[in-house]
Structure formats: C-alpha cells, structure tokens
Design a binder for this molecule. Sequence first.
Ligand code: ADP
Ligand code: MG
Length: 480
Amino acid sequence: MKNDKYEVVIGLEVHAQLQTNSKLFCGDSTSFGAAPNTHISPITLAHPGTLPRMNKKAIEFAIKLGLALNCEIEQENYFARKNYFYPDLPKGYQISQHTTPICKNGVVKININNQQRSVQLNRIHIEEDAGKSLHDVDENYTAIDLNRAGVPLLEIVSEPDLHSSEEAFAYITELRRLVRWLEICDGNMEEGSMRCDANISIRLKGEKKLGTRVEVKNLNSIRNVKKAIDLEVNRLIDIVESGASIIQETRSFDADNNTTFSLRSKEDADDYRYFADPDLTPFHITDQFLQAVKDSLPALPEALEIKYKEVFQLAPYDAQVICSDKALVNYFEEIIKYTTNYKAAVNWLMGPIKSYLNDHSIELEAFPLSPEKTASLIQLVNDGKVNFSIASTKILSALIQAPQKNPLEVATELNLLQESNNDSVANWVDEVINKMPDKVKEYRSGKKGLIGLFAGEVKKLSKGKADMNVVNKLLAEKLN
Ligand code: ADP
Ligand code: MG
C-alpha cells in the first residue's frame, strides 16, 4: 500500500466550553439557546470604561482537568490580550493566556486494540469565547449574536503525538468522557460546546523532522474528526507522491460532500501582539486552593476501570462499558452496596435497564427504579425465586408501574414465583417424559443432546415457573 511509506502525525486543539453559570469576566449568563443578544452586559459589549473581573469557578475547572490529566499546574498566572479584528469580537482582542498556560504537559491515556498509550499534551489554557456570526438569517447581511462572547473556554493542545485517525478518535472520546465526568463541560460537539481543530502532516517513516501541516476546522462530531483526518492523509500522500509540495494552510471540512476545502494559506505566523491585560491583575493559585481542588476530584474512570477488573473480576469489556459514563458508574456503585453479584449488576444495567431507557428516550437519572430495588431483583434471581427472564420482563415492568412495592411482593401477587419444590417440579418432569417416549428412547440410546429439549418442554409446561436447576437435576436422575 502506498501509505506504508509514510507516518501520519496529528496534533489536536480542542476547545471545551466551561459549564460555569456566568461568563469568564462578567456576570452574564452562559446558558445556551437564549434569544440572540440577551446575555450581553456592557462588559460583553466592550463599552469604554468597563472592567473585567475573573471567574474563580473557571479557574477551578481548569485545574480539575489539569489534575485529571497529570499536568503540572502553573501557580503564577496572568491573562494576555490576543489582538485581532473580527466582527464577533467586540473588544478587538481576545483575553487568553499566553506564556503561562494554567496546565502544562500531562497526558491523555487512550486504548487502541487493548493497548494503552499516553498521548503527550502541550498545554491547557483558559480563554474567552467569541460571539457568533450568523450567515443564514438574512439574505444580504451577516448577523452577530454576542451571547457566546466571553463564555469561558479551555483550549487543550496536544503535542503532534497522534499517529492515526483511530488514535485521534480515541483521544477526543477520552477527553469528552473526562470533561463530562468532572462536570466542567457538557462535551456536546454538535452544539459546539466542544470543538476540535486537527493539525495533520505526513513524513517518511523514520524521518525525525515534522512535515508541513494543514489545519482542518469545523469538525462538529468525533466521527467527522476521523473522516477529515482520513481525507487529508490521503490528499497529502497524493500531493507528495505526485512530486508537488504541501502548502501550509487552513482547511474546512464539508460534511455534506465528505471533502475538505482551503480557507486560507498560513505561510506566516499571525502577529497577535500579545501583552498582559492591564485591566486584570496577575493571579496566584495558592497551595490551599490547589489542595482543595485536588480533594474535590471524583474517582476517575481509569482508576475505576482497573478496580472493577481486578477487585470485582469484571470482564474488561464490562468494566469499560460501565466506566464510559458517570451516571452508569453512580448507579452501579449504588447497586453493589446491596449485592456482591457484580456481574449481575452489569447485566441488568446493560440489558433490561438500558432497553427501557432507549425505548422511553430517557436518561438513567430518570429511571423509575432505585438501585436498591434493582439489587433486590438481583437477589430474587440469586435466591432461585424467579429466573432472570421473568424478573427482567414481567416483574420489572410491574415494578416500574408500582415502584413503591418490592420485587418479592410483585412476584407473589402475579403468581410468578419459581417452583423449586422437588415434588411439583417432578410432576412437570414426569409429564414431559411420559409425553415423549420416542425421544426418551433416543436419549437413552445416546442422543444426550436431547436433554435441552426436555428442559425446554418443562419450562413451557410450567410457564417459566420451574426452577431450571431443579429441572435439570431431576431430568438427569429420571432419564439415566
Ligand atoms: P497554531 O497556534 O498556529 O495553531 P501551534 O504551534 O500552537 O500552532 O500548534 C497547534 C497544534 O498543531 C498543536 O496541537 C501541535 O501539536 C500541532 N502541530 C504543530 N506542527 C504540526 C505538524 N507538523 N504536524 C502535525 N501537527 C502539528
Ligand atoms: Mg491552531
């Protein structure tokens, strides 16, 4: 394959909108979807004489992410002005961090084909978002909505340390899981609260020098990041193979046509004329504040995954699925306060509970049964009082209708309790054996596989109430 000659090199810049109530430097609301230009105080509008004030929560959120990614936290910080002109930037500059990003280095751990890899980060810094230019509300004019101007962002910049679109996919998936886990960003790429620019280059394998890169913008889903990288890698290889040279440029991804196109060439570094913002004092992160943020961190998914595998003996896939989402972990952790059948807890969550949530388009937080009730359902099955299939269909739906009842009560009322009494089960077993003399003969002459058929018949006859352990035991006794 032509690609075998080349190594792909990717560096990602991810912007994550922080879920603070107010903006980075004023009290305007950050909520999404409000009528245009309703969250715009004189500070957002950059009226002369207005002064910014720092949002402490944004700084706390940045530190949280930095600690979760093993970054060094910069304790001596200042904000700088990054000057450029753009209609959605009322001040004519963006307040950002220049030489003192709040987090440095650190790694994002990704898993590809069960191999873990640490992707090196360069930095994470805090900055404010710009407003939005709307090109499709008026035929002749571009409209400006400044609600988003001044909303706090984290920019998470990786080193050029990713080497395939699959790695890029895993990297963003992991970042999104973490920002959601820490409850600092909703991670919604479709709504733009998490955005990604991909820098891509290729070089001959073994070459140390980085190749000329292209930067692709407007990637509004993780899948599109992957698609755009694949497109660009092929395009770059074709250019090099044809003997031409790559020009450094910024491109845009066009999802409808599955292609990228050039926005502008980027031959020289932009001159942003950075300087420390004179309206904001430098800020110092005290040891106590840092410690308090450390103490407030929840258990992180990576550590939980290891615990679930090693202590609870869950299969790697099960541990991974539970840890993909904090709500799942929370529910799981509650269930296992009442039962040590960890595997059953996973099965309930990923089976009947998940189906119920999908069918009703609701989140786990809105599931009508408490984890304690789910645990008592698990217990009911463990005790041999009902089988899983009855518990997860009839009893579960009856309980959802009447969540105040307990599973045993419901099973009794609906006459669903499993019969493990030898005598009653023996009656069913005898009936089946008597009904099928030919099959019994075949079984006795060696077709041992027929045991499943007999068991199935007993199950049917008992309407699912026969305890299958007892059935199998009695069948074996009576047939042999
Ligand atoms: P800029 O500020 O112009 O976007 P940076 O030097 O800050 O440029 O780099 C931005 C991103 O581009 C980083 O994630 C970095 O890892 C990545 N990057 C830089 N050079 C290359 C390259 N040659 N190939 C791939 N990625 C690169
Ligand atoms: Mg860039």
